[in-house]
Design a protein around this ligand. Structure first.
Ligand code: NDP
Length: 264
């Protein structure tokens, strides 16, 4: 019988994950199918997962913290960052992983000279990414529009700012990790703040994929090289697929097939 996988999110219609995973399942002859599920209420994640008889799932905006709570077993990194984007069912238990952050880290290989980064946003994605980047040796600063979610980062010893108290330094990379621009035309921060933030940057990155976001457009008008979230999506998907299929394929092989989803 085919195994069933899904992505949970709200919104979820934009997600490329079903295409990526289904292509890789087909090419690798793995008997599985991957669908999408619009989940309004994150607290219903676990019961929905079991009601659909899923083998595994990805979780996107805004349910990664609820997904963390829904898991019975967490891997070390997911435990550390409090956000889960990949769940695998094994013998009735839900195992939780975070593949966003290692996926994002891999994309920074194209900027070998970068050492300092400014993350715009303080949600689930920023939480996991800030920790993995710092562990990898980057100097990480957080800037968020409101103070509430910055508490997590302050407790972990990160330098944090809101728009009101921002004291900019030189950042090699400025990265939009907010959802501004995902479904609207908002910039992640006011123009005058962005100008200070990017003044000596090598590049601007948005983790949103599949569109030239307001932030990327803004960066282009300021003559900065840009990169969108497609590579992050690809790499987080490869790592998730590796968990879904219990490490039976080579990651390079999974990547090869998943890459085709970006050419369709
Ligand atoms: P969360 O809902 O957890 O966090 C959202 C963050 O965005 C908060 O810091 C919030 O600030 C901020 N924000 C929302 N709207 C605005 C706005 N109009 N202006 C300024 N700040 C705003 O989201 P996630 O961390 O889960 O996801 C963030 C983004 O990352 C999404 O766009 C998602 O699609 C993308 N993503 C892409 C991936 C990929 O593979 N390419 C993987 C994972 C995520 P506040 O605290 O003030 O509310």
């Amino acid at each position: 019988m085919k195994q069933l996988f899904a992505i949970f999110g709200n919104p979820v219609s934009h997600s490329k994950s079903p295409l990526m995973h289904n292509l890789a399942f087909k090419k690798l002859r793995y008997p599985a199918c991957y669908t999408r599920y619009l989940l309004q209420d994150g607290s219903r994640l676990k019961e929905t997962f079991f009601a659909l008889n899923l083998k595994g799932a990805n979780i996107t905006v805004p349910h990664k913290e609820e997904a963390f709570k829904a898991c019975d077993v967490l891997d070390h990194f997911a435990q550390k960052v409090g956000a889960v984007n990949t769940i695998v069912e094994r013998e009735g238990k839900l195992y939780g992983y975070n593949t966003d952050a290692p996926g994002f880290l891999k994309t920074l290989k194209s900027f070998p000279q970068a050492k300092t980064v400014l993350l715009l946003g303080a949600g689930g994605t920023a939480k996991a990414t800030a920790v993995i980047l710092r562990d990898a040796g980057y100097e990480v600063t957080l800037l968020n529009r409101s103070a509430g979610r910055l508490k997590y980062f302050e407790e972990k010893g990160f330098e944090t700012y809101t728009f009101e108290n921002f004291k900019p330094k030189a950042y090699d990379l400025v990265i939009n990790m907010t959802s501004a621009g995902l479904e609207n035309n908002f910039l992640p921060a006011p123009d005058e703040i962005l100008e200070k933030a990017v003044s000596s940057s090598i590049a601007c990155i948005d983790v949103i994929y599949g569109k030239n976001t307001p932030f990327l457009q803004w960066a282009q008008t300021h003559n900065k090289p840009t990169k969108d979230g497609s590579e992050m999506l690809l790499y987080q998907g490869v790592i998730a697929f590796d968990y879904f299929t219990d490490h039976r394929f080579k990651q390079k092989e999974i990547e090869l097939h998943m890459r085709q989803a970006f050419l369709l």
